[in-house]
Structures are given as structure tokens and as C-alpha cells.
Design a protein around this ligand. Structure first.
Ligand code: UGA
Length: 437
């Protein structure tokens, strides 16, 4: 929304939330999310044509177009628990719009939704329409965290789905016109509603599948003499495969991949397609295996015990350039090591201590975990260093200095293949990467 306000000075954008402290944060100098470049754009547009407010009703009444951007977490209760999307927030929004709107509205689904949600939103709105005309569009977001501003500025494509009726096509055109302010028209794809919703889930499933595929090969590389980075490079030069999203890792995280695939799996089962469901579920299973495999390798390399050993964890976010930890592989690995009675010293440049405690389910008194201000503090006296997020700053650490202050043998496990293992071995480290034979 900040990017739309930034690019389209003639449109007024009002972001509303029922959470007062979030809105206060959006109106302050410290935004509630860390995203490179976001501050500047918000600051430029805020107060001009970008507003943050808790007055939901007024915003609905005044808007011509309403974007639903609430979260759709995996259901934790009832039918489909652990897999299906929880649509209660979406439904509440639809009911609120039906209750408050005084005239026609275009309602845009921005949240990632399982296919055919638009139909439910439409039915709720239409059964309460009282003569008002509601058009529903699907406009899934493809930005990735950490590169969100660049992704929004020059998206590979913008996808807009809507009813293929005169009213639906007119609504699609209104949204196309907004994006066309800065996105080449050829990059704005229009489809029917269901194709748009399904494309979002499919895009994430394909992206995650590439990571699980290369991670599967990384296990084979470790068992043999192959190097997964060399394999990834060799296959990535095939233009049909392409080089992106082939970085073997400690496992993918983030709020979307797992949730969206689980959703896809649930949908396939719902529509009586168990083979298709099992196929996509394999992507998640491989990711779980990759996280578990990493902790097991750490333990087995360290003479089968990490009990009472100090392990430095560098990086807790699910990827670099974000403070987001949702589904971060680091959470699973730290929990595995804590179960083995390790002492963890965690350092992440952006993640706050309270977040780490929440993710690990521990309180401030829990003495097996310490929170450090730097990588040097975390590694002081440690038996092992784990790289769990690919922060650029980790590449230029003084590893000789780190080695000099560690217990021997000094282990380093690079879960992101970020470091030069040969250089680390020359210092004296027992260095291991992912998929390095
Ligand atoms: C992902 C998609 O890339 C976006 O297109 C999509 O819009 C977004 O989900 C969403 O649905 O909202 P995001 O989760 O922010 O974006 O970040 P990614 O860059 O996709 O990374 C996801 C995870 O995969 C991270 O843990 C990352 O470290 C890992 N990854 C990525 C790898 O392990 N290897 C790779 O080669 C690439």
C-alpha cells in the first residue's frame, strides 16, 4: 500500500487495523517491520496520501476499492487443523464491509487464499448487498521479504483475477490502471478469479519445491564426493532450469511456503486427489528432514554429545535482511539442540530477544540460552558455531579472532554455504557446509 501511495500521488491510501499499537507504530519513526527501503517510502507518502488509522468504518465508507490484507494462518483447530487456512479474519472483514459500506465497492483479496475463497467473500457480500454492487478481485502478492521494495518497484508480473462479466472486467481495469502507473502493461496479467488464487499457491509450491529438490540432492552430496553448489551451478546453466532458488540450505522458512503448500495439500485431498496431495506434501517432508538432518550432523560431529557445550547460533531470522522469524529453520534447530542439553548463545542483527524467547517457548530466566550483541560475544568460549541465516555481515567476520577464542576442536557448521570452508580449515576449524562431500 505504501508503494501504491508512493507511485500514485492522486490516490488516497488509508491502511486500517483494529490493533492500536500497530497503527501507532506505523505512524511513528520505528515501523513495526524491518524491510530495507520501506522507511523512506512511508515517510515520503505518510500524511500526503498515505494514512494509518484504526477508524475502520470510515475508511470502508470512503473507499472505492478495499484491499483485504489480513493474515490467513494455518488452522490450529477443528476440521483441517494443521493444514487448511484459517479464514475467520477474511470472513470478519467481508461481514464488516457488508455492514458498513454505503455504496458500490471493489473488494480486492491481497491475502493469500485457498482457491474459491472469493466465492465465499462474494456470497457474504451479496447476501447483505441491499442494492449495492460488490466486485471481488484477486490480486496476490509476489514480493519476498528483504527485497520487497525492489520487488514492488519492478515486479516480474502483477496478477489480477476477476469475474469475466462486464462488471468484473471493469473492476479489473480499475486495478490495472493503478499498477500501470509504474508497471509495464505487458507485466500485468489478468485471469479469472480462481486461476489467480491458484497461481499464488502454485508459485510458492514450485519455489519451495526447487529448494527441497536441491536440499534432497545435498544429502546425497554429503554421502558422496560431490559438492551441491557445483551441482546447482551446473544444472542452473540449463536455461530451462535457470540459476535461481537452487541454494541448498538448512531448510526453507518464512510465513508462506509451508502454509501455502499445506493449503494446497488440503485442497487436493478435499477434491479427492490424494496422489496430488502426497506429491506436494513431499516438499514439506523433505524440508523437515533437512532441518532435522542438520541438527543430527552437528551432534554426531561433536562426538555424539552437545550436552553442556556452548554453541553459538549466528542468525535467527528465516532469511537475511528481515527480522521475521516465522517458521525459521533456526527455531527447529535450536529446539533440537536444547533437547540435547546444549547451551546456546544466539546472535541475530535484527531479531529481538523477546521474539526469540517466544519462538523457543522459553522465558527470560531460562539459563541455557543467552542473547548476544555480536557474533564475537556469541562465539567466545564456544565449542561450535552455527550459521543459520545468510546475513552478509557474517561473511566478513574475523574468523581467526573467533577461532582464537573458541574451545578446541572448534567446529563450524555453515547452514547457508556462506563461508569459504577451505579458508576456515586453514585457520584450524572443523568446517562443514550443506551438501559438501
Ligand atoms: C516467498 C516467495 O519467494 C514470494 O514470491 C512470495 O510472495 C512470498 O513467499 C509470499 O507468499 O508472501 P519469502 O518467504 O519472503 O517469499 O522469502 P523467500 O526469498 O522465498 O525465501 C523463503 C525461504 O527459502 C527462506 O528461508 C530462504 O532462506 C529459503 N531459500 C530461498 C533457500 O533455502 N534457498 C534458496 O535458493 C532460496
Amino acid at each position: 500500500m505504501a508503494m501504491i501511495a508512493h507511485k500514485c500521488a492522486g490516490h488516497q491510501v488509508t491502511v486500517v487495523d483494529i490493533n492500536q499499537s500497530r497503527i501507532d507504530a506505523w505512524n511513528s519513526d520505528k515501523l513495526p517491520v524491518f524491510e530495507p527501503g520501506l522507511d523512506a517510502i512511508v515517510e515520503e507518502a505518510r500524511g500526503r496520501n498515505l494514512f494509518f488509522s484504526t477508524d475502520v468504518d470510515t475508511a470502508i465508507r470512503e473507499a472505492e476499492m478495499i484491499f483485504l490484507s489480513v493474515n490467513t494462518p494455518t488452522k490450529t483447530y477443528g476440521v483441517g487443523a494443521g493444514r487448511a487456512a484459517d479464514l475467520r479474519y477474511i470472513e470478519k472483514c467481508a461481514r464488516k464491509i457488508a455492514e458498513v459500506a454505503e455504496d458500490d465497492k471493489i473488494v480486492v483479496e491481497k491475502s493469500t487464499l485457498p482457491v474459491r475463497t472469493a466465492e465465499s467473500v462474494k456470497r457474504i457480500l451479496e447476501s447483505n448487498s441491499n442494492g449495492r454492487n460488490f466486485q471481488i478481485l484477486s490480486n496476490p502478492e509476489f514480493l519476498a521479504e528483504g527485497t520487497a521494495m525492489a520487488d514492488l518497484e519492478a515486479p516480474d508480473r502483477v496478477l489480477i483475477g476477476g469475474d469475466q462479466t462486464p462488471g468484473g472486467l471493469a473492476a479489473i481495469q480499475k486495478l490495472v490502471d493503478i499498477y500501470a502507473t509504474w508497471v509495464p502493461r505487458a507485466n500485468v496479467i489478468t485471469t479469472n478469479l480462481w486461476s489467480s488464487e491458484l497461481s499464488k499457491l502454485t508459485a510458492n509450491a514450485f519455489l519451495a519445491q526447487r529448494i527441497s529438490s536441491i536440499n534432497a540432492i545435498s544429502a546425497l552430496c554429503e554421502a558422496t564426493e560431490a559438492d551441491v553448489d557445483e551441482v546447482a551451478h551446473a544444472i542452473g546453466t540449463d536455461s530451462r532450469i535457470g540459476p535461481k532458488f537452487l541454494r541448498a540450505s538448512v531448510g526453507f522458512g518464512g510465513s508462506c511456503f509451508q502454509k501455502d503448500i499445506l493449503n494446497l495439500v488440503y485442497l487436493c485431498e478435499h477434491f479427492g486427489l490424494p496422489e496430488v496431495a502426497a506429491y506436494w506434501n513431499g516438499v514439506i517432508e523433505m524440508n523437515d528432514y533437512q532441518k532435522r538432518r542438520f541438527s543430527r550432523r552437528v551432534i554426531s560431529a561433536m562426538f555424539n554429545t552437545v550436552s553442556d557445550k556452548k554453541i553459538a547460533v549466528l542468525g535467527f531470522a528465516f532469511k537475511k535482511d528481515t527480522n521475521d522469524t516465522r517458521e525459521s529453520a533456526a527455531i527447529y534447530i535450536c529446539k533440537d539442540l536444547l533437547e540435547e542439553q546444549a547451551n546456546l548463545a544466539i546472535y541475530d542483527p535484527k531479531v529481538e530477544v523477546a521474539q526469540i524467547q517466544k519462538d523457543l517457548g522459553i522465558d527470560a530466566d531460562f539459563d541455557r540460552v543467552t542473547y548476544c550483541e555480536s557474533a564475537y560475544e556469541a562465539t567466545e568460549g564456544a565449542h561450535a558455531v552455527l550459521i543459520l541465516t545468510e546475513w552478509d555481515a557474517f561473511k566478513t567476520l574475523d574468523f581467526q579472532k573467533i577461532y582464537d577464542h573458541m574451545q578446541l576442536p572448534a567446529f563450524i557448521f555453515d547452514g547457508r554455504n556462506l563461508l569459504d570452508l577451505d579458508a576456515l580449515r586453514a585457520i584450524g576449524f572443523e568446517a562443514r557446509g550443506i551438501g559438501k562431500g
